[in-house]
Design a protein around this ligand. Sequence first.
Ligand code: FMN
Length: 358
Amino acid sequence: MTETLFTPLKAGAIELKNRIVMAPLTRNRAKNDTPGPLQAEYYAQRAGAGLIVTEGTPISPTAKGYADTPGIWSDDQVRHWQDVTKAVHDKGGRIVTQIWHVGRVSHESLLGGQAPVAPSAIIAQSRTFVGGEFKPTSEPRALEESEIAGILEDYRVAARNAIRAGFDGVEIHAANGYLIDQFLRDTTNRRTDGYGGTIANRVRFLREVVEAVAGEIGADRTGIRISPWSKANDVGLDSDTPALFAAVIDVLNEAGLAFVHVVEGQTGGPRDWPEGGIEALRARFKGVWIANNGYDRDSAIRAVDSGAADAVAFGKLYISNPDLAERLAADLPLNPLPVQGLYGGGAEFYTDYPARAA
Ligand SMILES: Cc1cc2nc3c(=O)[nH]c(=O)nc-3n(C[C@H](O)[C@H](O)[C@H](O)COP(=O)(O)O)c2cc1C
């Protein structure tokens, strides 16, 4: 019997050859905010996945929160991403880019001395990789309402650039305490204008980003990542997470997005959410549901066979196993989880993890 995990899946207009997804993984190896041949090799090595989600890709110079993350705002970046998408497509893979604005999770040294922007001027007790070392995040300033249209335009241009670069679509990064998540939650959003206060107002920024991106490239090529119960980057839990994220799911249903990608529990940590919480959101969503966080072969097979998820994304295991999908399908042993060289550096701990001999 073939487990469903190893069978094809259609997510909007994107055809996955299996339901194993490479999760987005920031690796801080893109000099000058631009991907190069090393990134093309790294992603091509992982083309056995049904879908690759790239590392977080800043939509503008001010959207950036870490050193050496590859952006998607300039023509030069688009040209270089074209080499990456071609390398993946030549090996039969599918790849979307995770479009990203970090909001307050940044350091002024990455922003030409400017303060990071956020819904409200509340500092994150978090750290960011500025190149060679981690530093505490800088104090942000609250966005003026009049600035929001410009950020939506940055999302729209990034989505258009993603298609020009040959991506099969985009994943909007609304997870892990970055800008969209900061707007959603009442812990980080204290605004008194039309983007703060009620759940409807706090969901508005997400809705406008979704409309901008899907309006530009089509909802069938637009996915989104959320992490309802994660406290990543010091984003506190909302006072009513089930109601907030039910409203988020309603927006995604209305837009008809290709997929939603959900980090279950604490990103990279415990799978802890109130009983039935994730399950209720899953039941509410009408499209393709990609689950992530701490999965292994058995739990991924179970999740997809039971219908709890349509596909499963693997993060750390994809760092150390370039041929993870092939190994899972053949039930071969895996390389151990990576411990070194996650952030920064070059080919070491990046493109030198061995695949199993064919
Ligand atoms: C080195 C590293 C970089 C990450 N970068 C991103 C990122 O750019 N965007 C994102 O949404 N999540 C990011 N994550 C979170 C992973 O996508 C994933 O949610 C997490 O590792 C849990 O999945 P796993 O147990 O399969 O590793 C990162 C995780 C790691 C370990």
